[in-house]
Design a protein around this ligand. Structure first.
Ligand SMILES: CC(C)(COP(=O)(O)OP(=O)(O)OC[C@H]1O[C@@H](n2cnc3c(N)ncnc32)[C@H](O)[C@@H]1OP(=O)(O)O)[C@@H](O)C(=O)NCCC(=O)NCCS
Length: 196
């Protein structure tokens, strides 16, 4: 599924901003061939410190939830935005971890971040997911309904700023009983050689 997002490019003249065709973005599922461009965008947005984040521990060795890795593509075919959601267990309850989300610097404040997150949350709800957690700036994520109170009784598997550890219930009450540690979903067991 892809949809058109009319963006007003920052170079638009003052007064009546012009929607440039260079800024008409489509949001679609990430393809394997997007990986290099997505990683370059994340390097630009976060630098190498991104690999040290506690959230990364929940993503390592895991794959995004099916259908929940999205990219924004400009009309020249360049990847200008990314968001991925990952399966986790939040105090024993199935949930998703959102992030990283990033938009190319010259395309920010055009609504691409909002469109990526809105679309990913709508898909997550349609797929039957119940709740989403993230570590990020509350002033930005509050507009999507993320709030500190939903994650108050949960702990991450490493250091995070508590004020930035937020939750969202896709189904009302989904995080009510969530209590304890956030862990990756179980990975497939390694088949050990059978004793003769
Ligand atoms: C955060 C980010 C993804 C938002 O993407 P975007 O396409 O610029 O977002 P939108 O156009 O939907 O929204 C822009 C609005 O959010 C605000 N905003 C952006 N980052 C914000 C933040 N960290 N805290 C509060 N507000 C923020 C902008 O000021 C802007 O406000 P306005 O609409 O009043 O002008 C983008 O700024 C980005 O890639 N930043 C660097 C990476 C990052 O910090 N990622 C988030 C942490 S995982």
């Amino acid at each position: 599924m892809a949809f058109e997002l009319l963006c007003q490019h920052p170079s638009a003249a003052c007064g009546a901003p012009t929607a440039l065709d260079a800024a008409a973005c489509a949001i679609r599922e990430e393809a394997p061939s997007d990986a290099n461009a997505r990683e370059a965008l994340l390097d630009d947005a976060f630098g190498p410190a991104r690999f040290l984040k506690t959230c990364q521990r929940l993503r390592e060795g895991s794959a995004p939830a099916p259908g929940l890795a999205l990219v924004a593509i400009d009309n020249g075919g360049a990847l200008v935005g990314t968001v991925r959601l990952w399966p986790i267990l939040a105090g024993g309850s199935a949930a998703l971890l959102l992030g990283p989300v990033a938009v190319a610097a010259q395309y920010r404040s055009l609504g691409i971040g909002r469109a990526l997150i809105d679309e990913s949350l709508a898909r997550a709800a349609a797929f039957g997911h119940r709740a989403v957690l993230l570590v990020g700036d509350a002033p930005y994520y509050a507009r999507f309904g993320f709030a500190r109170r939903f994650a108050e009784r949960l702990t991450m598997p490493g250091p995070v700023e508590r004020a930035r550890f937020l939750g969202l219930e896709l189904i009302p009450g989904a995080l009510e009983g969530a209590h304890g540690r956030v862990v990756p979903t179980a990975r497939p067991a390694i088949a050990l050689p059978q004793a003769a």
